[in-house]
Design a protein around this ligand. Structure first.
Ligand SMILES: Cc1ncc(COP(=O)(O)O)c(C=O)c1O
Length: 380
């Protein structure tokens, strides 16, 4: 989209990211001459199989797990569904409790609500958006089958204490899943450090292609397939593999791993510049989310006395959103769940930066947003 002859500054990387050129280059042969089916035993098939195997190693390298612990899926949503519905399918131990947090994405919330015979309890969060330890100690107990709490929040970037939650879940015999859709390349996602049984990864959130995700399954975790058919993915996800998508995800994982220090330092500094510049021009601007344990690329701010959606409409030079792509112009349920006043939730805008964001981008974006705020404010 072109605005006044220019391309809008893209500050919506938590919705999706541009594909890394390295991932695109690696994918192209599998859309052209290397079109084989990985299950075929001839040379075409072997080439595709080798590529899928290599990608699985690259994903495992990012997560610090074995390649055999991974199942490729058709999206992050599907990985979350497999983690939840797949782990609950056929359970006979009488545990009927499910626990998640009030922050979860619909791709976790809906399969938990849909689980017949189970009751869902949602953990509250504090005003910074972090799940409260007293709540999980009280609500996760011997009746709990599965706990699912996201690693980092997509709207205001709060990083959750997944390790401590997992330790508590395990101490009462429950399984622990985390949706790490927003984490890769921004916070370490080593499964051993996080202590989880199940972890969801989503390629398009870290410069990989759309339509591909992966689920880590700790060996020994009871799980059943949801997509039935032939024996692909060790019988856990039938269907011919999306070879080019998987190859792109592998490269994106490799990049996230090797560029981690450089990318996170840059993002942290850009976020600080953006915030300083906005605060200098907009008295009363408030930051939503925790001060420290927050994604280095995510800045959620509330513009005082106006609607965030109106500010974004008045600043077409900036492509950002008022929160998750799913909730439109309504106040964010995540910010309301943090106990923030309705006015503050209404004024919220999520600015999420990525590998392609430059210093000039954030400076210009801050100026456009400040001007837009003044216009909207003056209109009353
Ligand atoms: C936290 C979280 N979980 C899951 C998803 C779903 O991923 P996908 O778009 O691949 O289905 C998203 C993407 O919006 C997300 O932000």
């Amino acid at each position: 989209m072109t605005v006044d002859g220019g391309t809008p500054i893209y500050l919506d990387h938590n919705a999706t990211t541009p594909l890394a050129p390295e991932a695109l280059d690696a994918m192209l042969p599998f859309l052209r001459q290397d079109f084989g089916n990985p299950s075929s035993s001839h040379a075409y098939g072997r080439r595709a199989r080798d590529a899928v195997d290599q990608a699985r190693q690259q994903v495992a390298g990012l997560l610090g797990c074995q390649a055999a612990d991974l199942v490729f899926t058709g999206s992050g949503t599907e990985a979350n569904n497999l983690a939840i519905a797949g782990a609950l399918k056929g359970r006979t131990d009488g545990r009927q409790g499910l626990v998640n947090s009030v922050l979860e994405h619909p791709a976790v919330q809906e399969p938990m609500l849909d689980a017949a015979g189970f009751q869902l309890t949602r953990l509250p969060v504090d005003s910074a958006g972090v799940v409260e330890e007293t709540a999980w100690r009280a609500l996760v107990g011997p009746h709990t089958a599965l706990v699912s709490v996201m690693h980092a929040n997509n709207e205001m970037g709060a990083i959750q204490p997944v390790r401590r939650l997992a330790d508590h879940a395990h101490s009462v015999g429950a399984l622990m899943h985390t949706d790490a859709a927003q984490s890769a390349g921004k916070v370490p996602v080593q499964v051993a450090e996080l202590g989880v049984d199940l972890l969801t990864l989503v390629a398009h959130k870290f410069c990989g292609p759309k339509g591909v995700g992966a689920l880590f399954i700790r060996p020994g975790t009871p799980i059943h397939p949801l997509v039935l058919g032939a024996g692909h993915e060790r019988g856990l996800r039938a269907g011919t593999e999306n070879v080019c998508g998987i190859v792109g995800m592998g490269v994106a994982c490799e990049l996230a791993r090797v560029r981690f220090s450089e990318d996170t330092a840059r993002l942290r500094s850009l976020r600080a510049t953006l915030l300083q510049r906005l605060q200098a021009r907009i008295p009363g601007l408030l930051v939503n989310g925790p001060p420290v344990e927050v994604l280095c690329n995510t800045l959620n701010v509330s513009f005082p006395g106006v609607s965030g959606a109106a500010v974004l409409r008045a600043a077409p030079q900036v492509a950002a959103s008022t929160g998750s792509a799913c909730h439109g112009e309504e106040e964010s349920t995540v910010l309301l769940a943090m106990g923030l006043p309705r006015d503050r939730a209404r004024g919220a805008v999520r600015l999420s930066l990525g590998r392609v964001t430059t210093e000039e981008d954030v400076e210009r974006a801050a100026d456009h947003l400040a001007q837009a705020f003044q216009q909207v404010h003056a209109r009353g």
